[in-house]
Write a protein that binds this ligand. Structure first.
Ligand code: SAM
Length: 211
């Protein structure tokens, strides 16, 4: 079911300039309808963000594609995701043969996504907590993706990124953010590219927005 819509979505992403084949093939395989509620399934292949409950969203496919492409994922990369949400982004990374570590702060969202991963056989290391502090125990990470908007780049995440590693994070105010793509060139040095105008739910935590 939805196979045709999935192909059409991927074709539309190609037309919008997404060219990472590992990612596009993963998007053909991962069934986005399994990451939204029954009532939202008919909208699963529209290029829009959708509510997943608890005031949270599954990000727009184009946004997910831009962020994932910017990471330049290679098979076997160790990837830290902040904001597990519906689990769709983590499922894509897993499908791309990355080793995925994902942190979600909202306990109900976390409990739901754990059940989903188990049911779908998706092996992702998950924890419930404040992702602004990263997951030091498993650092350094080759790639870090933050899926909620932050006032700045958390220092803990910068530290936990491997040399030559890449991080993508939306940074800005509560209503509009720029996607920052950081490449760590030395222990305290980063090259930074900006991709403007995105809107994410807030990253809430010690090194993010305060509750
Ligand atoms: N990656 C998700 C997906 O594929 O559905 C999209 C996630 S949604 C846009 C952002 C998520 O970040 C929400 O589930 C929210 O609860 C979570 N979040 C916000 N602040 C956080 C923090 N400090 N640590 C971990 N998760 C956080």
């Amino acid at each position: 079911m939805y196979k045709q819509q999935r192909y059409e979505l991927v074709e539309s992403l190609r037309l919008k300039g997404i060219s990472d084949e590992l990612l596009l093939q993963a998007m053909i395989k991962v069934e986005r309808e399994k990451f939204v509620s029954a009532i939202m399934k008919p909208n699963a292949y529209k290029d829009i963000a959708l509510p997943i409950g608890y005031g949270q969203t599954i990000s727009q496919p184009f946004t997910i594609a831009i962020m994932t492409e910017a990471l330049q994922i290679k098979k076997g990369d160790k990837v830290l995701e902040i904001g597990t949400g519906s689990g769709y982004q983590a499922a894509l990374l897993y499908q791309m043969s990355a080793k995925v570590y994902s942190i979600e702060r909202h306990i109900d969202v976390y409990n739901e996504v754990l059940k989903k991963f188990e049911k779908l056989g998706i092996r992702v290391h998950c924890k419930c907590g404040d992702g602004t502090l990263g997951w030091d125990q498993y650092s350094p990470f080759d790639k870090i993706i933050v899926t909620a908007g932050s006032p700045s780049v958390p220092e803990s995440l910068k530290k936990q990124l491997a040399i030559n590693g890449r991080m993508v994070i939306p940074v800005g105010n509560m209503s509009s953010q720029t996607l920052k793509v950081l490449t760590k060139t030395a222990p305290e040095e980063f090259e930074i590219e900006d991709i403007p105008q995105f809107a994410f739910v807030p990253l809430i935590g010690r090194e993010g927005w305060k509750e």
